[in-house]
Write a protein that binds this ligand. Structure first.
Ligand code: CNA
Length: 247
């Protein structure tokens, strides 16, 4: 761990008036949830179809049973717990430094860590709806079902997760763009910035920019501070340096 970089991050957070965090699957790898594009990630595992095909709207419609086989096995981690990154971000919000967590993740771990203002660009596995009558079902309901989960009305239940080919929720887009526009520090972490339109939200950022990612991203040259270390460890060390209060 490069402590001088951690020191700089701690100072940037102390100086910030409205910091925002924008993250992805890499934030949850230290909780045991694999990401898509790392070596051990889902894109490097053998499966009959590539993940972006299985996780597409068309595939859900035409191969619902296979979709659910993949989804249950690879996207649901009911026992995962928030790690040091989720906890640090929740603490930064409590201290009035961080105004929003914008996430591409669907695992609900930011909320589990206590973050209040979480903008879920790609939805969540914790909400599921009947495609016919819109009745709500919990993650537990999905975990306790077999094959294709069905509503009491007979309709197929679909997770409130944004699949490839589907649009992002309008309110989440607006909320994310507002939070980014009002911020003076943006921390991007645990994301390859390869999935659009989400990655486009941070592309032209003009404030101070920190990137914490284990592998390179196309925005690295724009960053005021670049940390290629695990994000949980990085934020844990940063919080230690920040001490108990803002100053
Ligand atoms: P991605 O494309 O898999 O990229 C993850 C990035 O994080 C990679 O660049 C890694 O190098 C980096 N990374 C991995 N672990 C760490 C770590 N501990 N510290 C720092 N960097 C790390 O994932 P994106 O989020 O960019 O792609 C967007 C997809 C992935 C979204 O649609 C998500 O819904 C989807 N996804 C979400 C989850 C989840 O909810 N936990 C899991 C897997 C995939």
């Amino acid at each position: 761990m490069d402590l001088s970089k951690v020191e700089r991050l701690a100072q940037m957070l102390k100086d910030a008036r409205r910091a925002v965090f924008f993250g992805g699957a890499g934030v949850s790898t230290e909780s045991g949830i694999p990401d898509f594009r790392s070596t051990g990630g889902l894109y490097n595992q053998e499966w009959r179809y590539p993940p972006e095909t299985i996780l597409s709207h068309t595939f859900f419609q035409n191969n619902t049973e296979e979709f659910y086989r993949f989804y249950r096995k690879k996207m649901l981690f009911p026992n995962a717990k928030p790690n040091a990154a989720h906890e640090a971000l929740a603490e930064l919000e409590r201290r009035g430094i961080l105004t929003a967590v914008i996430t591409q993740n669907i695992d609900g771990l930011h909320q589990a860590a206590g973050s209040q203002h979480v903008i879920e660009l790609h939805g969540t596995v914790h909400k599921n709806f009947c495609t016919r009558c819109r009745r709500f079902y919990s993650l537990e309901d999905i975990l306790h079902s077999d094959g294709v989960p069905r509503c009491s009305c007979g309709g197929i239940i679909k997770p409130a997760v944004v699949l490839y080919e589907e649009s992002l929720p309008t309110d989440a887009i607006e909320d994310a763009l507002d939070a980014i526009a009002a911020s003076d520090l943006l921390i991007i972490g645990g994301t390859s910035l390869a999935v659009y339109p989400a990655a486009g939200f941070v592309q032209n950022y003009r404030g101070r920019l920190v990137i914490i990612n284990r592998s390179p991203t196309h925005m690295d040259r724009q960053a005021d501070l670049l940390i290629d270390q695990p994000i949980g460890e990085t934020l844990r060390e940063t919080m230690k340096l920040m001490g108990g209060s803002r100053d």
